[in-house]
Design a protein around this ligand. Structure first.
Ligand code: SF4
Length: 512
């Protein structure tokens, strides 16, 4: 009999700005926000050794009575409680639990007591040994992966994945980042050597995601543009793949970008042609990235890229005035969504080492705390914890005040240059996957979220009606308005979970 592996991606105990937990709480069916590349890649690696099934806990009940002998659990910090809960249940039932992925690797001491097998590092180069050992019943307690050159990383297996309940598809083009920022946890796992997939491999991965039904795809790279030549080659692959008929596009892409990409017109032009429509731009802690930010954001919009910005507070230069400075710079920029977070010193980072040496890590283990607005484990240099907590609350309540948010969306619609996206100006155009029943189902759920937001209160009702009215002036961009209303509903739900939004804190004078 073939051995069985049951792979689980646990539900987050707290979802963030870009999650989809609002679908669960607003009376709609739960959905997954982005395809999980860990379970689907492992499924692809393991399927020649064992029978593999996948559970996305957000949309499926975990089958604790499964006849699989091996249980694989992945996840990030926001899923750490689920990882331990699920592992405990399966180990009670005598199953062999395997943990892998960045969180398990970087927090080995934390997860070690809760699993039978711990995989450190990337799995590609050791998967043959691991799965052979499993089927021979002679496994080791620890496996140590080495960085893959990505030529042997398989196309993720989406056949058992709940694609019809997942909003965004995902691909990965590169791993690693040479920038090696002091605070960055991602680079501690993926390394400072940037590795890119071969271009034919990227095209196969895109085919796989597209045929699985997705019309919007996230490129989940740490820093796709780090190697300019390779990034250009990857973007040319995207352009070729994403063009069909007379300049029509199959999908819309989003990815992370550094703010300095604004200075590279050649790269931005390729992104426009590939239909990279949305970028998450993480601004470094401290305020040096704020210099000239309006011109840089304008540049992204000029190339048809909608910016979402990550702002981190808690660096050694931040003090009580920082909140007002951020509010003054960012409240009216054409950036609808800001992911505001406290600076976390994760254990594997150089920041943690420096602050621990300075005895500035707050007592108590913060391993399983995900990045969130009110979360920092640092003894701050220039403000008290109470000042930080009050400031974050004030900032979040101000930047997400409904009329302020409405104004930013309106400005973004005005500035977003769709001349760079002629395919969106074609009235007859519709991405082929939008015609699919499952995509239409997800759209229906999205409308239910907007109706939920509409029913939340008077200010929210006005936000929905005002934005829908504004969108009439931008007929080609109207679908973006719905997206931003859903994102707004998610952010407010997230803030409610954390208790950090108070309408009464809205204050145009900037005192708190
Ligand atoms: S640029 Fe981004 S991915 Fe690279 S090290 Fe800095 S924070 Fe990490």
């Amino acid at each position: 009999m073939s051995r069985k592996l049951y792979l689980i991606n646990p539900k987050s105990h707290i979802e963030g700005y870009l999650g989809a937990s609002i679908f669960r709480v607003s009376g709609t069916e739960p959905v997954v926000y982005v395809t999980n590349l860990a379970t689907t890649t492992i499924a692809s690696l393991a399927k020649s050794f064992m029978d593999v099934s996948i559970c996305e806990e957000e949309v499926s009940q975990i089958d604790y009575e499964t006849d699989a002998e091996f249980i694989g659990i992945t996840g990030n910090a926001s899923q750490s409680e689920g990882m331990l809960r699920i592992s405990g249940e399966f180990r009670k039932r005598g199953k062999i639990v395997i943990m892998e992925g960045p969180f398990a690797s970087l927090n080995a001491d934390y997860v070690r007591p809760h699993c039978d097998i711990l995989v450190h590092g990337e799995i590609e180069n050791i998967c043959g040994e691991l799965f052979s050992d499993l089927i021979r019943n002679s496994w080791k307690k620890e496996y140590f992966g080495t960085p893959s050159d990505l030529s042997d990383s398989p196309v993720p297996d989406l056949t058992n994945y709940p694609n019809s309940r997942t909003i965004l598809g995902a691909i990965q083009i590169s791993r690693g980042c040479p920038c090696d920022c002091e605070f960055c946890e991602a680079v501690r796992f993926s390394g400072t050597k940037q590795r890119y997939k071969p271009v034919d491999r990227i095209a196969r991965e895109l085919d796989n995601v597209f045929t699985s039904g997705y019309s919007d795809i996230v490129i989940v790279d740490d820093n796709i543009t780090a190697d300019k030549e390779k990034a250009q080659s990857a973007l040319n692959t995207l352009i070729d793949w994403n063009t069909f008929g007379s300049n029509k596009k199959k999908v819309s892409f989003s990815t992370r970008l550094r703010i300095d990409t604004a200075g590279d017109d050649e790269m931005l032009d390729l992104m426009a042609k590939a239909s990279i429509d949305l970028a998450f731009i993480g601004l470094e802690p401290g305020q040096k990235d704020f210099v000239g930010i309006d011109a840089k954001i304008s540049k992204f919009l000029q190339y048809g890229i909608q910016p979402t910005c990550g702002i981190t507070i808690g660096s050694d230069t931040d003090d009580v005035n920082t909140f007002k400075q951020i509010r003054d710079v960012f409240e009216s920029l054409p950036i609808p969504i800001y992911a505001i977070s406290g600076l976390m010193a994760f254990k594997s980072t150089r920041l943690y080492a420096r602050l621990a040496a300075e005895e500035r890590i707050r007592p108590g283990d913060s391993t399983n705390t995900s990045i969130c607005p009110a979360g920092t484990n640092i003894i701050l240099k220039r403000m008290s914890q109470e000042e930080f907590d009050n400031g974050v609350k004030w900032l979040c309540s101000n930047l997400y005040n409904p009329p302020v948010f409405c104004n930013r969306v309106s400005k973004m619609l005005d500035d977003l240059n769709y001349e760079t996206r002629p395919w969106y100006l074609d009235k007859t155009y519709i991405s082929p996957n939008y015609e699919r029943k499952d995509r239409k189902w997800i759209m229906e759920q999205s409308f239910k979220v907007i109706r939920f937001l509409y029913g939340t209160g008077e200010a929210e009702r006005k936000l929905v009606t005002d934005l829908q009215k504004i969108s009439e002036a931008y007929p080609y961009k109207a679908p973006l308005v719905n997206n931003y209303l859903i994102r707004y509903a998610q952010v407010r739900h997230y803030f409610n979970q954390l208790g950090i939004y108070e309408a009464a804190l809205f204050d145009r004078t900037g005192t708190f």
